[in-house]
Design a protein around this ligand. Structure first.
Ligand code: SF4
Length: 621
């Protein structure tokens, strides 16, 4: 009897033969065999697959060959679309059997028929378009609307999970688009979701419920983003809008009650009294301020719950009553959690001065992932950036792979692209120390001459919003210039490509997941090694915990994280075999310190230079 490794390898060869541009790539073939080996032996696998490996096909083929239900989770909608619209149809060609798959999104991605019905007479044209479309659409996925409605309109016709009474309590439960997608997923071979939905399912299972069908195999693509998604899902956030939404819902059901007005008033006063701006831990005097602002609101939520007893449990108000109950309960839970964080959690205030938000996060998400996912299924985690200084150690530790009951393997698949010939890493060692006052002006001059040498076609990636806006505002360039925040990131990328040669100034959003192949991008400038801000409450608490338990937070946390993010930024440059260009890092610590050189050792194998003229010549050649 042939093994899964052999079956998957044969299917891979058939898939390559069936593709017009099919090409047997050694790295992709290795990955197919490693994923099949992991699934066959019920082990976990961490795969760093360099750009151009074709990793989606390399995990889909073993998944389909195994005959087991597989969940594939991605971070971005772009990759979800690529997997469902391109890679799964290609992989399916290698099989005689029918291969089925289903894309399942979070509830708020689908139009909610109950909320649409509650709107009654529709006066706004955008709502009218959605109401008409809802009669014809198969999926109900609002992403399929021809133009994206404003957030306010979407909030009227979609339901977050905490607003939904559940299909059995909803008069539209049988027709519900979100429910129907989940029912279709039960019989699909491959279910494609995003990280947040997979993590929400893990959380629901710990409470005895579920969102997704059981699966023995899980693939987490773009796994370098899983930790941040887990921090968000297993944490909590409270902001003024959540209270205002409660008062709006309550006002429609409790016409005589004064509580909705009281909640609005206390929300205004309470959040105005809290400091926004720089993130600060909720401790000491600030804890007293937060308690003073939030305790009256917590009391009003309790009062509101008592008042809800008068709302009929049957009839037209039934669903809105359940929605109000669930929304209030969820806010009460999060508020109580924030005001009394548990061991191993940190709470802080962040946001703009006009809109402070209270946030809470676990310092370590590995127990949630190990217990809720890795002890239950064979999991493959993959990305172009999983190995940092220290190899796969940090990824395995922080994502729960190292602490799960199941053994794991690792695989490093090199990119098939010729980085030595096509890419140059230039470190501007003549620059002042990036922490010095002279750095911003020197960086501006260096960026200007690099952009001139490249003739535009440049991404300038900054480690902070402030550095980005300061730099953007001080430039006068002869190229179309775009800056993060001026429009949605996808729109900015479209304009950057359409108006090439252009220059784009960006921060975190543009360090990862942005794909601009070809001549439109020939230069990536990075201002500093992207260490996380040391005074960020979550970063500070995590580092303190590592140091207090005898570890070295710089080696185990700060450096590996920075190296992964720098690797992401560098990865924006070479997106196809014919791409060519320069990555310029203005932080001389990259070449002048031992830890900087350890970061360089995990970057793609580019040519290296510390001389501006060599970088300029490379850009012209
Ligand atoms: S079950 Fe009802 S309330 Fe929930 S999303 Fe579906 S239609 Fe909306």
């Amino acid at each position: 009897m042939s093994t899964l490794v052999e079956e998957a390898t044969e299917a891979y060869e058939r898939a390559v033969d069936a593709l017009p541009d099919g090409e047997d790539r050694p790295g992709q073939r290795n990955m197919v065999r490693a994923v099949a080996g992991a699934f066959g032996k019920k082990r976990h696998l961490l795969v760093e697959a360099g750009t151009g490996t074709g990793k989606s096909l390399a995990y889909l083929i073993p998944a389909i060959s195994s005959g087991e239900k597989t969940i594939v989770a991605t971070a971005t909608k772009a990759l979800q679309a690529q997997v469902t619209e391109k890679d799964l149809p290609r992989a399916a060609k290698a099989y005689e059997k029918k291969v089925t798959w289903e894309l399942v999104k979070g509830r708020s991605n689908y139009v909610c028929l109950a909320k649409l019905n509650e709107l009654g007479e529709i006066l706004e044209p955008e709502l009218e378009v959605i109401a008409e479309w809802s009669l014809d659409t198969f999926s109900g996925d609002v992403a399929e609307l021809e133009s994206t409605p404003p957030a306010r309109i979407l909030s009227l016709v979609t339901a977050r999970s905490e607003e939904c009474p559940g299909a059995s309590a909803c008069s539209f439960g049988e027709e519900c688009f979100a429910e129907r997608a989940r029912i279709r997923a039960r019989s699909a071979d491959v279910i494609v979701v995003n990280h947040h939905l997979l993590l929400a399912d893990i959380q629901m299972r710990s409470w005895g419920a579920s969102l997704l069908p059981e699966a023995d195999q899980v693939v987490i693509d773009e796994a370098h983003r899983l930790e941040d998604a887990a921090i968000s899902v297993f944490g909590a956030e409270v902001f003024a809008g959540r209270f205002r939404y409660v008062s709006r819902l309550a006002r429609g059901l409790l016409e005589e009650s004064e509580t909705p007005d009281e909640i609005d008033e206390l929300t205004g006063h309470g959040f105005d009294a809290l400091p926004g701006g720089r993130a600060q831990p909720i401790a000491g005097a600030l804890k007293n301020d937060v308690n003073l602002a939030m305790n009256p609101l917590a009391e009003r939520l309790t009062k509101l719950r008592r008042e809800m007893d008068v709302i009929p449990t049957e009839g037209p108000a039934k669903e809105r009553r359940i929605r109000l109950q669930k929304t209030v309960a969820s806010l009460q839970d999060d508020l109580a959690h924030l005001l009394a964080p548990g061991e191993g959690e940190v709470a802080w205030i962040e946001g703009s001065p006009a809109g402070p938000r209270l946030a809470l996060a676990p310092l370590d998400v590995s127990p949630n992932l190990a217990n809720g996912l890795l002890n239950e299924a064979s999991v493959v985690m993959t990305s172009a950036t999983l190995a940092s200084t220290g190899g796969f150690e940090r990824t395995a530790r922080t994502l729960g792979v190292a602490s799960s009951e199941t053994a794991f393997d690792t695989l490093d698949v090199e990119s098939p692209f010729d980085f030595q010939t096509n890419a140059l890493l230039y470190c501007a060692v003549q620059m002042p120390d990036p922490r010095s006052t002279g750095f911003p002006a020197a960086a501006r001059d260096e960026i200007t001459r690099l952009i001139e040498a490249a003739g535009g076609s440049a991404f300038c990636l900054f480690t902070s919003w402030r550095a980005m806006t300061d730099a953007f505002e001080s430039y006068e360039l002869d190229y179309p210039v775009f800056c993060q925040g001026e429009a949605a990131p996808e729109r900015l990328i479209e304009q950057f490509v359409d108006q090439s040669p252009a220059v784009l100034f960006g921060t975190q959003t543009f360090w990862q997941g942005v794909d601009v192949p070809g001549e439109a991008l020939r230069l990536v400038v990075i201002d500093k090694i992207p260490f996380q801000p040391p005074d960020d409450p979550l970063v500070k608490a995590r580092c303190r915990r590592i140091d207090e338990t005898g570890g070295d937070s710089f080696r185990e946390e700060s450096l590996p994280r920075a190296s992964l993010l720098l690797k992401q930024g560098v990865g924006r440059l070479i997106r196809s075999a014919s791409d060519r260009g320069v990555v310029a890092v203005l932080d001389k610590r990259l070449a002048a310190t031992a830890y900087g050189r350890s970061i360089v050792s995990v970057l793609p194998p580019m040519r290296r230079s510390k001389i501006f003229e060599e970088a300029a010549e490379f850009l012209c050649s």
